[in-house]
Unconditional design. Structure first.
Length: 408
């Protein structure tokens, strides 16, 4: 039976960040177990790469801001393109946006500016149809990054540390048994990448069907950190915690319009909720369909979805988008919690299990600071740099929800 100081369940952005921070804090041996370290169904590989500190609750601003300070220091390594968020509002929502802007600037010094429709058009002349837009906030410290590069940087730093760090691929965690002096983890280790392996990954992550011909492995650790994202709904019950995390499909389309080059800009958010930004010389655009069911569902609805939900909004906002060509797209999972905020803390009733999941739409931008906070809990048993107690896992049962009003 292999023994580690810490076992991290899930090797997405959160799990990789936790492993890096643990290694840099002097933890001697760490194992990261994942069904697929390549992450083909992980939210970390399927997101929009947006980074913003412009949240409306202190904990979300602080987690993002601390992470942004890190991304600024490694900007070339992670493709951090700090060209701001331009967030447009209709008249009904504009007063609250102005109130939030004043708070963000006074409390956190974010330097957010309010733009009139004329100033929006001056900022980006492509936005030449601003009907229904009362104003926009422009937040210069926000931007876009490459989540895959971020994840690889976390992993490289973990490996480069003095710690023994093992990233165990094709390992499906099926049991997590906390005992007084250790946690026993059981996993099914299946074949390396092959057509059969790819089918096994899909069957596990979409349908919870265990792999055939897998070898059962047993590991122990002093502490386990659960970073299984949307799959926390399945993994947390293994140690007796039924978590209110809901996997919800989110789709992203890639399209092209002649003479529309968004590369000089960062993220745009339309009052309709459609967000978009440059994807090389193309446009990446997404929208949260409120009618989505909870499901481990990855089907992309293709051109029909783009024509129905995305193109009308872009064409109404930018005349040059009247003619657009759909190129591709994908779907990934959001991990909804009741207050749409992340979960960070010891699992209720457990001293050896830390939870760090449910970062609904912000796991890329907050992964650095959230990973640090989880590593602090493991090594110091308390938050040392940033008090993340508002995200404690038992807040849902206690009714102590975080009030965050600016989720996409
Ligand atoms: C369409 C879309 C757009 C988004 N846009 C943004 C954005 O602009 N900015 C932003 O910050 N965030 C965004 N997000 C959210 C962000 O991607 C996630 O919050 C973040 O990636 C979560 O990382 P994670 O490591 O917690 O989870 P994941 O990346 O999902 O990793 C979980 C890992 O756990 C593994 N796993 C699951 N079950 C088991 C098991 N039993 N045994 C072993 N391994 C297991 C999985 O294989 C997976 O690799 C978006 C998400 C989506 C879907």
């Amino acid at each position: 039976m292999e023994r580690y100081d810490v076992i991290v369940l899930g090797g997405g952005l959160l799990g990789s960040s936790v492993a890096m921070h643990l290694a840099e804090r002097g933890v001697g041996s760490i194992a990261v177990l994942d069904v697929d370290l390549g992450g083909r169904y992980s939210s970390s590989e399927l997101n929009a790469g947006g980074v913003r500190a412009t949240w409306r609750s202190p904990i979300n601003v602080e987690l993002s801001l601390a992470s942004i300070e890190f991304y600024e220091g490694v900007r070339d390594e992670v493709g951090f393109d700090q060209k701001g968020y331009l967030w447009m509002y209709d008249a009904a929502r504009w007063p609250a946006a102005l109130e939030a802007l004043a708070w963000q600037n006074a409390t956190h010094g974010l330097g957010v500016r309010a733009l009139t429709p004329d100033e929006i058009a001056a900022h980006c002349p492509l936005l030449d149809q601003l009907d229904g837009v009362a104003g926009a906030t422009f937040s210069p410290r926000d931007g876009l990054l490459n989540p895959n590069l971020v994840k690889e940087l976390y992993r490289a730093r973990a490996r480069a540390s003095a710690a023994t760090v093992r990233f165990e691929n094709y390992s499906y965690v099926v049991a997590v048994d906390p005992e007084p002096d250790k946690v026993v983890v059981r996993a099914l280790k299946f074949q390396e990448f092959s057509p059969a392996g790819a089918r096994a990954i899909k069957a596990i992550l979409c349908d919870a069907i265990p792999p055939e011909d897998a070898a059962a492995v047993k590991l122990t650790a002093d502490v386990v950190v659960n970073c299984t994202g949307a799959w926390a709904r399945r993994v947390a019950p293994l140690y007796g915690h039924v978590v209110p995390v809901r996997p919800v499909r989110r789709q992203i389309a890639i399209a092209h319009a002649r003479d529309v080059d968004l590369r000089p800009y960062g993220m745009f958010v339309d009052p309709s909720g459609v967000y978009f930004h440059r994807e090389s010389t193309h446009i990446l655009a997404g929208w949260a369909d409120p009618g989505e069911d909870d499901d481990f569902q990855f089907r992309y609805d293709g051109e029909a979805w783009f024509e129905d939900k995305i193109w009308p909004v872009l064409a109404a906002r930018m005349s040059r988008c009247a003619q657009m060509r759909h190129r591709s797209g994908w779907a990934g999972l959001y991990e909804y919690t009741p207050d749409l905020c992340g979960v960070l803390g010891f699992a209720p009733g457990h001293e050896r299990v830390v939870e760090a999941f449910g970062f609904t739409g912000r796991g890329a931008m907050q992964s650095w600071a959230a990973g640090r906070a989880a590593a602090e809990l493991v090594t110091a048993r308390r938050f040392e740099t940033l008090d993340c107690s508002p995200l404690r896992p038992d807040r849902f049962a206690d009714g102590a929800l975080v009030h965050e009003a600016l989720s996409i």
